[in-house]
Design a protein around this ligand. Structure first.
Ligand code: GSH
Length: 207
């Protein structure tokens, strides 16, 4: 995808919602041409990923000076800083912190969701119904504290919106029994309004 001689490298997985967030941000702020996306399986201890990130997590970005950046919020902020985009992360102090808060709320949902997915991957006899029930409760609580979405963010899409959009679609992908769409029609409508964007279409989660 990249046109550059020494492009940045983004280690990612197609099913990773944190990776998806970064890939959408790269597309929305028009820096994706400067990035080579490198598909890895973080659960197979890929040597390239471990060299860049000792924790072996995706996403991990190798900047064009071969220095790594880890953790999706850090990577998203870095990519936005390279671009001229002022919508994803507004300059206005109050709006900036609203966006950061939304981003953190989305990551909190993802952290709980990933916990559910990992717990369910254990053999049934080792799974803890208490752990799972607590995580489902947290997810329900987090969803009910999201702001009320009424508008489509066609021209005002922020990093917070991208993060929430990715978190919601990950819930549908990996925890369909949570059935959040049926419980929250406004959120359902809002999330569906993001799907036609090329950045969301090109990064749809898939095994
Ligand atoms: N806080 C990190 C979380 C990244 C993360 O947990 N990634 C998962 C994939 S969704 C991973 O790489 N897991 C591999 C492992 O746990 O070994 C971020 O926002 O980037």
């Amino acid at each position: 995808m990249s046109r550059k001689k020494n492009p940045m490298k983004l280690y990612y997985a197609t099913t990773s919602p944190y990776s998806r967030k970064v890939r959408i941000v790269a597309r929305e702020c028009l820096v994706s041409d400067d990035i080579e996306e490198v598909l890895v399986n973080p659960f197979e201890d890929d040597a390239r990923l471990l060299a860049a990130n000792p924790a072996g997590l995706v996403p991990t970005l190798m900047m064009d000076n071969n220095t790594p950046l880890i953790d999706s919020p850090v990577i998203c902020h870095y990519l936005i800083s390279l671009s001229k985009n002022k919508t994803l992360l507004p300059d206005d102090n109050e709006q900036y912190w609203q966006v950061r808060q939304l981003e953190a709320q989305a990551d909190a949902i993802l952290d709980q969701a990933l916990g559910v997915v990992m717990e369910k991957r254990r053999e049934t006899k080792w799974q803890s119904p208490i752990v799972l029930a607590r995580k489902y409760e947290k997810l329900e609580r987090c969803l009910s504290r999201l702001p009320e979405y009424t508008d489509t963010p066609a021209t005002t899409l922020t990093l917070g919106d991208i993060a929430i959009g990715c978190a919601l679609s990950y819930l549908e992908f990996r925890i369909p029994d949570l059935n959040w769409r049926a419980q929250r029609p406004d959120l359902d409508k809002w999330q569906k309004s993001l799907n036609p964007r090329l950045s969301f279409q090109e990064t749809r989660p898939g095994d």
